[in-house]
Design a protein. Sequence first.
Length: 323
Amino acid sequence: MRCHVVTGKGGTGKTTVAAALALSLAADGRHVLLVETEGRQGIAQLFDTPPLPYEERRVAVARGGGEVKALAIDVEAAFLEYLDMFYNLKRAGRALRKMGAIDFATAIAPGLRDVLLTGKIKEAVTRRHDGRFVYDAVVVDAPPTGRITRFLNVTGEVAGLARSGPIKAQSDGVMAVFRSGTTAVHLVTLLEDMPVQETADAIADLTAARLPVGSVIVNMAAEPLLPAASLSRTAEGRLTGADLLPALTAASVHGAAEVADGLAAEAVEHAQRWVAQDALRGDVEALGRPVVELPLSVTPIDLGTLFELAERLEALLATEAAA
């Protein structure tokens, strides 16, 4: 795979997963481009860099000397680039920007925005220098699951814009890349009802649009803090402060009775949450896609955490390589 599109319901951490995936792909001397499409500068925040301009900048060095470059696609800049590439109208495009015409054009033809964004992604994926691909892989921090199929299926989006000409040709070229064996759309979810359901819906929509579905990445998966044998019993509320009191008393804990009641209540809440999450694992497995779990981080996400997550994602890459 050379194009990895990462999507997920809002709040699932898809930007973090996309960044970790880019680091994993860049290991052993490879060159990877990480693309942001929503203008939130989330990538810059993760890598603790200034806001990204509309140019490819290195944000991290991976294991073995590989590198990750990042690009935040700016719709106006992409439009100017498009006008220059197909119509040699870069100077005219600058005048249009001053007039506010670009905002007007993308407002009355929303599909044009996605054509410009996906067109830039396709250009990065297929770009060559001296006969070789410039990037070994391109990772896209894409729109959320509710919009991902519409975003990627630009052929449908341009149907009302153009039946021929450069826009139609560009959209056809984009779809050739997105529907090829070089692309995979990975879906990030949490072990919660709504994210899992949105993931299932997105897989159905992507499949219907003949877009290639990759792996399901379960993010922020909590580890059980209680022994497996006692989880069910505790989840049923059969753990009380009286069960914990003897041990706390023996340890000379001040206010042992109150502490025991508080610990028991927290243990029951944790066990119930764990059992509910574990039940959803079956629903995720039933989606029929490779599944990778990433652990819940107890500290804020920084570059060190991203490298740890990148190591976990090596399992995803190994699965794809074997497929």
